[in-house]
Design a protein around this ligand. Structure first.
Ligand code: VGL
Ligand code: ZN
Length: 197
């Protein structure tokens, strides 16, 4: 098997002090760096929004961060402005080893969010990552990063549905955990055939 490490969104805005800080988000940087050498390929994802992205609560009247809004593709949680293209918050954590084979950006279309590294939130628009993995012969994925219950969760489920052998290293992930979203994500990942370790 050809085994890739998929490092999800280890960016300043998801770390303590950032705009959408995930508790303990920076604690996973050293363990992730330490595991990179164990894989045939290392791929980083980067949440990469235009300043007027429709997932930002600030773009909607009478909405606050963490409210939900019905979009054309379904319900969307509204977030504080985060990971704006070209800003310090969108940069990878300064200690993350970025000597990766591929960096894939997502969430760059104003009108649609993308939690998954494979499909945007309409669950049909591909990012191109599947083709990259298949043409490189990668069939096994280990996921780590931020946040367990959003981008890691949706990426893991999509990868399993696409037929990859998927493991999430929970010790190298951290969660936002809104209203039980971490427990729900764990159940959904297990039901999709993802190994949680
Ligand atoms: C993420 C919320 C908004 C994530 C990205 O990386 O999990 N969560 N954008
Ligand atoms: Zn985002």
């Amino acid at each position: 098997m050809t085994h890739a490490l998929l490092v999800i969104d280890v960016q300043n805005d998801f770390c303590p002090g950032g705009a959408l800080a995930v508790p303990g988000g920076d604690e996973i940087v050293a363990p992730i760096n330490a595991m990179m050498g164990d894989f045939d390929a290392v791929i980083l994802t980067q949440d990469w929004h235009p300043a007027d992205h429709s997932s930002f609560a600030s773009r909607h009247d009478n909405k606050n961060p963490f409210d939900t809004k019905d979009m054309h593709y379904g319900p969307q949680i509204l977030w504080p402005d985060h990971c704006v293209q070209g800003t310090e918050g969108a940069n990878f954590h300064p200690d993350l080893n970025t000597h990766a084979d591929l960096v894939i950006r997502k969430g760059f279309r104003k009108g649609i969010d993308s939690y998954s590294a494979f499909f945007e939130n309409d669950q049909t628009t591909p990012t191109g990552l599947e083709g990259y993995l298949r043409t490189r012969g990668i069939d096994k994925l280990t996921l780590v990063g931020l946040a367990t219950d959003f981008c890691v969760h949706f990426s893991a489920i999509d990868a399993a549905r696409l037929g990859f052998d998927v493991t999430v290293r929970m010790d190298a992930c951290r969660a936002i955990d809104l209203d039980g979203s971490l427990a729900a994500a764990e159940t959904a990942m297990r039901d999709a055939g993802v190994t949680l370790s």
